[in-house]
Design a protein around this ligand. Sequence first.
Ligand SMILES: Nc1ncnc2c1ncn2[C@@H]1O[C@H](COP(=O)(O)OP(=O)(O)OP(=O)(O)O)[C@@H](O)[C@H]1O
Ligand SMILES: [Mg+2]
Length: 533
Amino acid sequence: MDSIQSTVLSNDARPHFRPRTGARSGLPPCSIIEPAEERPAARRRIPLCETTLGSQQKSLAVDMTSLWHRFVERGDASRRGAIVEALARERVRTHALASGEAAGPGILFFDEVNQPFCDLVRETSRNGLERVLAVAIPQTAVTGTGVWRLLRNGASDVFAWDHSTHPAREIAARFERWQKVDEVVASPVVGENLVGNNPGWISVLRQIVEVAIFTDASVLITGESGTGKELVARLIHSLDTQRQKRDLVVLDCTTIVPELSGSEFFGHERGAFTGAVAARDGAFALANAGTLFLDEVGELPLTLQAELLRVVQERTYRRVGSNVWQQTDFRLVCATNRDLLQEESQGRFRRDLYYRIAAWTCKLPSLRDHPEDILPLAEHFLRHLRPNHEPEMDQAVRDYLCQRAYPGNVRDLKQVVSRMSYRHVGPGPLTAGDIPQEERPTLDAAPSEWRDGSFEAAIGRAVGMGIGLKEISHTAVDTAIRIAVASASGNLSRAARQLGVTDRALQMRRAARRKGANGKDSDVAPEQFEDSA
Ligand SMILES: Nc1ncnc2c1ncn2[C@@H]1O[C@H](COP(=O)(O)OP(=O)(O)OP(=O)(O)O)[C@@H](O)[C@H]1O
Ligand SMILES: [Mg+2]
C-alpha cells in the first residue's frame, strides 16, 4: 500500500498557523506552503496556510470611490453626465482621469476600437496589471474582433453601455469582485508564497484566487515542470472557503501500482484481499470535506481512469470488497505537465475524465515567459535560505541570473540560488565567486543566441494576429525597459547603461508611456529611443 504516496495534511497538524483572531493587520496569517519535493519524506505533514479569508471577505468594504473614468468618444456632455450619475447611484464614484495621474482601476468609454484606443487601454491598464473596464457607447463600437483586441491589450472586460438595462449595476458588480480578488492576491498568504509581478503571472494568480474563493470547481493545473503547480494546488486548498477546511490529500499518480491502486483510492474492507487485515479508508474518504490533489494525473493508467469516472462525477464510490455505496465531497485539483488534450487524441487519456477534472483549467507560465520575476524570486529564496541577512546580490550575480536559461523553471532558479547561498561567506551581497564553477557562463556564447525559438514564436503569434509593426516594436521596447529597470532594482541610470542608451532617452521613453496613458499618442517612437542613445 506504500505504492502511492498519499499525504493527509490535517488542520490538527498546524499548531503554528491557527487563525490569529484580532490580528492587527487584518490580513490572513500565512506560512510557507512548500511542495513535497523540498521536504524530507518523513515530514509530509507540513503546515499549510490557515486563512481567515472567509470571514474577511464578508467584511470587505469595497471602496469604489477611487476609480477614474475617461470618455474617448464623440458623445455629448449631458449623456456623459448621465452615465457618471448612474454609476454614482450604484456607489461607483468616479473622477475624470487627470493628466499625469498615476492611474489605478478605472473605466474607459469609447466609440471606436482603433490603434490609439488600444494603446490607451494598454497604457492605463499597464498591460493588464490594473483593472480597466472598456465600455462601448454605442453597442456597435464592439463588433467583430474589437473585443478581443481590447482584452488582449489589458482590458479586464469589455461591453456596451446599452447592452442591458442596468449597466451601472454591472460595472459596480465587476469592480466589487475584482477588488475582492485583488485584495487576496496582494495579501501575504499569496504574495509570500507565490512570487511574481509580471502581468501574465498576475492574471493567472487572479484566476486561481477567483476560482478558489468563489467556486468549488475542479481545477486542472498545467505547466512545465517546476512552474509551481503543486504550490498552486496548495494555495487553492488554503483559500477554499466553500468547505470547513478539512484535509488536503495528495496522491502522486506517478507512483501508482495498478494492483493496489483500487484500495488506495477507494479503501477496502477487512478481508477484501490477502493482507487486508483491517478495513481502511482510501483517498476519496480521507478527502471528504477537503481537497483531493491528484498530482501528475496524466500518468494515470487507462484502466484506473475508467474506475475514477463515477466518483469524480457523482462523488460516490464503493470500498474494495464492499457493495455499499459511500458518499464523499471534495474539491478536486489535478496537475500535469502533459498536454492532456493531445494525450486524449492519442488514446492515452479518457476524454470523459478530462472534462470532469478540467471544469476550470489554469496554465502556469514558464519562467522564460516572465523573466522580470527572476530577481524577485531569487530574493524570495534568499530570504528563506538566509533569514538573518538582506537578500542582496551584486550586479554580476543579478546579470548572471537574468541571462541564464531555466529549463527546470522556478525549481531550477531555486536550486541555483541555493547553491550560491551555500558557498557564500560572510556579510554583504552574493558575488560572482559564489556561482559554482560548472554553472558559470562561457564567454563564447554567440551574441544572437537570445533570438531563439520562443522569440520567433512570440513575434510569429503577433504577426499572425494582425498586430501592427508599431505595436510590436513598442511592446518589445517596453518589455526590455521593464526587465532592465527590474534587474537594476529601479535604478534608472543603471538600467539605461545596461540598455545602451542615455539616462535621458530612458526617461523620455518612460514619460512618453505615461503620456500615452493619458490618451495622447506616444511621441517617442522606438527608433527615436534608439537614436537618442
Ligand atoms: N511563483 C513561485 N513563487 C515561489 N516559489 C515558487 C514559485 N513557483 C514555483 N516555486 C518553487 O519552485 C519549486 C517547484 O514548484 P512545484 O513543485 O510547485 O512545481 P511543479 O510545477 O509541481 O513541478 P513538477 O511538474 O516538476 O512537479 C518549489 O520549491 C516551489 O516552492
Ligand atoms: Mg509537482
